[in-house]
Design a protein around this ligand. Structure first.
Ligand code: ATP
Ligand code: MG
Ligand code: FE
Length: 342
């Protein structure tokens, strides 16, 4: 079965073709980052309008690149939520109309389930059951994954998502939007820091997390350095290092608890922040000490993309899930309310 996947929940327009027999056939992506950068964040109305313009172009490009005809497509999967309502609506309407026009079913999928399954696009995919750490711009949660659609939330951030903390901290340091990856680059250019920031909530039992206090500590540190006229490039790098270290250590401690709590021997990390090199290293070391295996997707499939949506849709359709009849978007949609496959 050949599935066309369409992602449009935020500021990336992504399309991909996934074949249930042969895996990923191809994918293309357009990022709206440049358009939103001058506003310092995503402008929802601009995002929706641009998705409408880019979707037909990207699909034509993908079909050309992969030598595929519309007739070869067996189903269309699209992000039904969670996300920006206008952006999700555009993708849902487009996908449903496109599917109708070629006479195939359309299926709405959960954006975070897409992220969660993205490591399965790689050559050595993780096997169920596993613990998943979803770390993105809007979510930070630990999930006990027993099978597709069987998700139990073990813990989550009580305030900012990890990616949001990266972006907001980067903004405080004067880095352009979206600052997360830039902040991480700065952090990697040094190998020590005179700044030690708090690891939020590690002394409390459980697997919930919090990142807004950490952000405040960084703000105070920057303020002090600026007042002392010592906020130079080296200082910026060391603050970035200290911040990244605090986030990664906190996530590592919580992941370790989740492995111990569930008894699972596999940890999967997904979402934009799972592209972070230090996080991968630190979790790799932790997993080794727990005789567990760590899985993640290639960086381009950590952030938003069409491939993860095509994959999630293909797995669900292949298991017999019926198509979505109406265009019913879900800007808020808890992942633990999804339907299991059997
Ligand atoms: P959600 O998936 O929760 O709806 P989103 O789709 O906006 O949110 P993603 O596209 O998964 O989030 O990820 C984007 C986030 O990942 C941004 O906050 C970005 O700063 C962060 N990010 C990307 N690369 C890195 C990196 N190397 N280090 C740290 N953060 C990163
Ligand atoms: Mg994005
Ligand atoms: Fe996302």
């Amino acid at each position: 079965m050949l599935v066309l996947g369409i992602e449009s929940s935020c500021d990336e327009t992504g399309v991909a073709l996934y074949d249930t027999d042969n895996g990923l056939v191809g994918h293309t992506l357009f990022s709206q980052i440049k358009m939103h950068a001058e506003f310092g964040g995503v402008v929802p109305e601009l995002a929706s309008r641009d998705h409408i313009i880019k979707l037909p172009q990207l699909i034509n490009q993908l079909l050309d690149q992969t030598n595929t005809s519309k007739k070869d497509i067996d189903a269309v999967a699209y992000t039904q939520g969670p996300g920006l309502i206008g952006a999700v609506m555009v993708g849902a309407c487009f996908a449903t109309a496109f599917a109708k026009s070629i006479g195939v079913p359309a299926l709405g999928v959960h954006h975070m389930e897409g992220h969660l399954l993205a490591p399965m696009l790689e050559d050595t995919p993780p096997e169920f059951p596993f613990v998943a750490l979803l770390v993105s711009g809007g979510h930070t949660m630990l999930v006990d994954v027993k099978a597709i659609g069987q998700y139990e939330i073990l813990g989550e951030s009580l305030d900012d998502a990890a990616g949001e903390a990266f972006d907001k901290t980067a903004k405080m340091m004067g880095l352009p939007y979206p600052g997360g990856p830039l902040l991480s680059k700065l952090a990697q250019s040094v190998d020590a820091s005179r700044f030690t920031f708090p690891r939020p909530m590690i002394d409390r039992p459980g697997m919930d997390m919090s990142f807004s206090g950490l952000k405040t500590s960084v703000r105070n540190a920057i303020k002090k350095e600026v007042e002392n006229e010592t906020f130079d490039e080296q200082c910026q790098k060391e603050i970035a290092f200290g911040f990244e270290h605090a986030v990664c250590s906190t996530l590592s401690i919580k992941c370790k608890r989740a492995l111990e709590h569930t008894g699972h021997k596999t940890l999967v990390i997904a979402g934009g922040v799972s592209a972070n090199v230090r996080l991968r290293e630190q979790l790799g070391t932790m997993c080794q000490s727990k005789r567990s295996k760590l899985f993640y997707a290639r960086p381009e499939f950590c952030t938003d993309n069409g491939a993860m949506i095509a994959l999630a849709g293909a797995l669900r359709l292949n298991a017999g899930q019926s198509s979505t009849q109406s265009v019913d978007v879900k800007p808020r949609w808890p992942i633990d309310t999804l339907e299991p496959l059997s």
